[in-house]
Design a protein around this ligand. Structure first.
Ligand code: NAD
Length: 258
């Protein structure tokens, strides 16, 4: 039986860990060839080797224009085309807005918003070529966050960046629809990845207590796993979602319905 992404080529930024890693594993299992574009050379290399010929890795800090161009060039050289770019790399921020210095402002917005803009810009010519060559078109995906749709105190810069990604998705969905490039985002709630550690201490000093409190905020009563977000992205990337563009899909166990 053929996979749901058979023959497609994808780049996943931040693909060495957490949500991105789950996406890389799922996309490869569904028949795609995937380039892991990450600053974690050891983690990306280990994952690519474990997955075999259908995975490769390239050092890419997506906040650097040259690295983004290099990741796209590497992908075209290795796999010959690009069908899917998943802009996933990002990182945490918590703190009072009044305390934010210029370095923090540039770093958090750079990592969570500017990097995805730069990577998108670098990949667009290759995606446009592929969309023109294939009736299935091409596809841009973003990992936003529930903080891209709603807000809570002391998350200002992260919230600005993740809302920015949702705005980008809606704008590009309209701009690129005539070229048959679909543009969608997932908006996960708290998910157990290495990044979650950053938030737990702000919830409760005891880890189990913090996890229980977070779970209690989710109507389905369980915390999503990285695979839940990967499953949503698999659907959005697949031809089954051919009429979906401009969507910011919560992966939140019902929190947005509250
Ligand atoms: N874990 C959550 O609760 C959660 C919830 C909603 C959204 N998100 C978003 O999901 C995405 C992935 O987060 P995660 O939880 O898997 O975190 P993670 O820390 O497990 O993984 C992040 C990956 O990004 C890579 N990375 C960091 N800076 C980079 C850069 N400049 N260029 C390229 N790669 C870089 C890291 O090396 C790492 O492999 C982020 O955008 C995050 O904001 C996470």
């Amino acid at each position: 039986m053929s996979g749901r992404l058979e023959g497609k080529v994808a780049i996943v930024t931040g693909g060495a860990s957490g949500l991105g890693r789950a996406v890389v594993e799922r996309f490869v299992a569904e028949g795609a060839s995937v380039v892991i574009a990450d600053i974690d050379d050891a983690g990306a290399g280990d994952l690519a080797r474990a997955l075999g010929d259908k995975a490769a890795w390239v050092h890419c800090d997506h906040t650097r224009t040259d690295d983004c161009a290099g990741a796209v060039a590497f992908t075209l050289d290795r796999f010959g085309k690009l069908d899917i770019l998943h802009n996933n790399a990002g990182g945490p921020f918590t703190g009072a807005f009044a305390d934010i210095d210029d370095e923090t402002l540039d770093r958090v917005i750079g990592l969570n918003l500017m990097g995805s803009l730069k990577m998108t810009r670098a990949a667009l010519p290759a995606l446009e070529r592929q969309a023109a060559a294939s009736p299935a078109g091409a596809c841009l995906l973003y990992t936003s966050s529930l903080q891209g749709l709603k807000a809570k105190p002391n998350f200002s810069l992260y919230t600005v960046a993740k809302h920015g990604l949702v705005g980008l998705v809606r704008s590009l969905a309209l701009e690129l629809a005539p070229k048959n490039i679909r543009v969608n985002a997932v908006c996960p709630t708290v998910t157990e990845t290495p990044m979650l550690q950053h938030f737990l201490s702000g919830v409760a000093s005891d880890r189990e207590e913090a996890m229980a409190r977070l779970r209690a905020t989710i109507p389905l009563g369980r915390m999503p796993e990285p695979q839940d977000t990967a499953n949503a992205l698999l659907f959005l990337a697949s031809d089954e979602a051919r009429m979906l563009t401009g969507v910011a899909l919560p992966v939140d166990g019902g929190q947005m319905a509250m």
